[in-house]
Design a protein around this ligand. Structure first.
Ligand code: FMN
Length: 230
């Protein structure tokens, strides 16, 4: 494949254009952040990069908290609008008909229409150039009940999440696989009338002499049992 080389830029995509809510229940604000990411698993930590010129920048610095609200395709217009209007001039919750719900661990509100809300507490702020990186602990996660099945499993694929790439908004396409599917053993074709296999990790068949806990211990005189001859 022929390539041309450009100078360095942040051409990374697709990314989620999240709605970040901040401020207080009395004076809530919400703005769009595409420079957001996961930075650690345990403890759960995320980052957002914010220009100091944003109204939200001062609100986040003051409270040390914000909420990341995952955007859906139904929220695409609000995502764009909240990313071009400032909370200095307008109450964006009211203007976009968004519901400010109380959070459980932080003082700033959640966006009720968003199916997943991450309540975040800032533990470090790093000036990087144009933006400051806010590193934060995720102290609570709120999930819409209609995304859970009877067993309490989350089906995020039902949420209709929004993606952003190179200045354009997209809905997600078809599912191509699940984590680890590329290395999983192929299943024999399902016989007609057989119950469909539940999705999840597939176990490799046990080898001869292998127990539930792994390979059988090698004892002197140990031999795997063979069926008796009749
Ligand atoms: C798709 C999109 C992504 C954006 N990503 C960021 C971002 O990562 N960081 C940032 O500081 N501003 C970002 N912005 C711009 C802010 O959302 C915008 O300046 C907003 O009006 C700030 O609102 P505020 O003044 O109420 O804080 C983005 C805007 C859009 C439309």
């Amino acid at each position: 494949m022929n390539k041309i080389t450009w100078k360095g830029s942040v051409l990374l995509g697709p990314i989620p254009p999240v709605l970040v809510s901040c401020g207080t229940p009395e004076a809530p604000n919400v703005f769009t952040v595409a420079w957001a990411g996961i930075v650690n698993t345990h403890p759960p930590r995320v980052s957002i990069s914010v220009r100091p010129s944003r109204h939200s920048y001062g609100l986040i610095q003051e409270s040390g908290a914000f909420v990341i609200n995952l955007p859906t395709t139904a929220l695409a217009r609000a995502v764009d609008w909240c990313g071009v209007k400032s909370g200095r001039d307008v109450n964006k919750f009211e203007a976009m008909g968004l519901t400010a719900l109380p959070a459980s661990q932080v003082g700033c509100p959640l966006v009720g229409e968003s199916p997943v809300n991450l309540e975040c507490k800032v533990f470090q702020q790093i000036p990087l150039g144009t933006h400051d990186l806010f590193l934060a602990d995720v102290v609570a996660v709120n999930v819409s009940e209609n995304l859970l099945d009877a067993a309490g499993k989350l089906h995020l694929e039902r949420a209709g999440l929004l993606a952003y790439a190179h200045g354009q908004y997209y809905s997600l396409g078809e599912e191509l696989g699940t984590f680890g599917w590329s290395v999983r053993k192929k299943q024999p074709p399902v016989k007609k009338g057989a119950a469909p296999k539940k999705p999840g990790f597939e176990k490799a068949p046990r080898k001869a002499g292998e127990t539930k806990r792994g390979p059988a211990p090698k004892k002197a005189g140990y031999a795997p049992r063979r069926p008796k001859k009749k």
